[in-house]
Ligand binder design. Structure first.
Ligand SMILES: [Zn+2]
Length: 391
């Protein structure tokens, strides 16, 4: 009998709850099936609440970043309850527990040699003097020539980008050309982890379970791998261990959001009163883990997250020793479809081509809640043991 762990993508709390059920519903179907088949299942997720759009949007609305994150989290939690998804724990990335787990990961990764300190360039808005977030800069993609690539990613070729690489960069907010200034940052040394990532992906491919679109995409982006900044000039995020004297720099959402799966498991075990119980899912090499997400998040689950885990484990070309959490399991499977479409057009919140969960549940579902919408998710009693397929 094997023990699959179910991991839906951390739905981002910076958008309204529109498209994340693309990951929540399939992971729920899969977990219900696996429970019925007699397996132990832990299904965790939460809202990912850091990143640059939160403070930018909060500024526009005249509220604090924390208030905006609270507001968006409440919408998502209500939608989850209305859909009846069977999470063992649905949490957030703004908890003290998550901060502690992320900082433990961050201390160990550079100790193993997988963070490089580098002077990079930050974009400054000439009109406000403030840092301009990468995704608020647009320009021409240096790899494929797409004209509306973002400063963090090209939606056409799927490559991650730095804003400084864009040809003819411009601010998405007001069209001005940003000034680029020197700033110090920590970069995850992805090239030092590339060989180990390739071995892992080749093993996954040989198993034959991953969907072809996901495995091919993941192998492709490995060819363009390079160091990635994991800190930002921003005051919304997790403080950087060792850089406490620089409050204007924080760990970036790229580093912390994916750690939410681990921190949620640790929180679940603590709430259960068995604080080491999470280790059954993360340290036991026979435990299986499945991550469900939309296509735009594959890179974070098939490259950034396994790279962070390998760096923490000391599993890259620079070697190293695992930290207090021990050797952590890499994903068994990253499950994703192509983009979700409606009437032959891609779902898009910004273009209003979208079905909101609230509208869907109001129209098609019978009420399932009675004054429990803000209660923590209920842990289901353990599934009675029954013979399952042996792994
Ligand atoms: Zn491109």
């Amino acid at each position: 009998m094997f023990s699959p762990q179910l991991l839906g993508r951390m739905p981002t709390a910076r958008a309204t709850s529109a498209t994340w059920p693309v990951s929540g519903v399939p992971s729920d179907v899969f977990s219900r099936y696996m429970r019925m088949a007699g397996h132990d299942v832990l299904m965790v997720s939460g809202t990912d609440e850091h990143g640059t759009p939160i403070p930018v949007t909060a500024d526009k609305e005249g509220i604090s970043a924390k208030d905006l994150a609270d507001k968006n989290n409440a919408v998502i939690v209500t939608d989850l309850a209305d859909l009846g998804l069977s999470y063992d724990l649905f949490t957030r990335t703004t908890t003290g527990n998550h901060y502690g787990v992320v900082q433990e990961m961050f201390r160990t990764v550079p100790a193993n040699g997988y963070m490089v300190e580098q002077t990079t360039q930050a974009a400054i808005s000439p009109s406000t003097g403030r840092t301009l977030p990468d995704r608020y800069i647009e320009g021409t993609c240096p790899i494929c020539g797409y004209g509306d690539a973002r400063g963090d990613q090209c939606d056409n070729c799927g490559n991650q980008l730095d804003a400084t690489e864009l040809i003819n960069p411009r601010s998405k907010i007001n069209g001005e050309t940003p000034n680029f200034v020197d700033t110090q940052h920590f970069l995850l040394d992805l090239p030092a982890l590339a060989d180990a990532l390739k071995v892992w992906l080749d093993e996954r491919e040989a198993e034959g379970h991953w969907r072809p679109n996901v495995i091919k995409f993941s192998q492709n982006i490995l060819k363009e791998i390079r160091p990635r900044a994991m800190t930002r000039d921003i005051d919304w995020g997790i403080p950087i261990p060792g850089w406490e004297d620089q409050p204007t720099k924080r760990l970036y959402v790229w580093f912390d959001a994916v750690i939410g799966y681990l921190s949620a498991s640790i929180e679940w075990a603590r709430r259960l009163g068995e604080p080491d119980k999470w280790r059954d899912w993360w340290n036991d090499p026979d435990a299986l883990s499945y991550y469900f997400m939309g296509k735009d998040n594959i890179v974070f689950h098939s490259q950034i997250w396994p790279a962070e885990l390998l760096a923490y484990n000391g599993g890259g070309s620079k070697g190293g020793e695992p930290g207090d959490y021990g050797v952590l399991n890499l994903p068994t499977e990253v499950v994703s479809s192509e983009y979700l479409t409606m009437g032959d057009q891609q779902f898009s919140t910004s273009r209003g081509h979208v079905l909101y969960v609230g509208d869907f549940t109001a129209r098609y579902m019978a009420p399932t809640r009675c004054a429990t919408s803000s209660a923590p998710p209920v842990r289901r009693p353990p599934t009675p043991p029954s013979p399952g397929p042996s792994s």
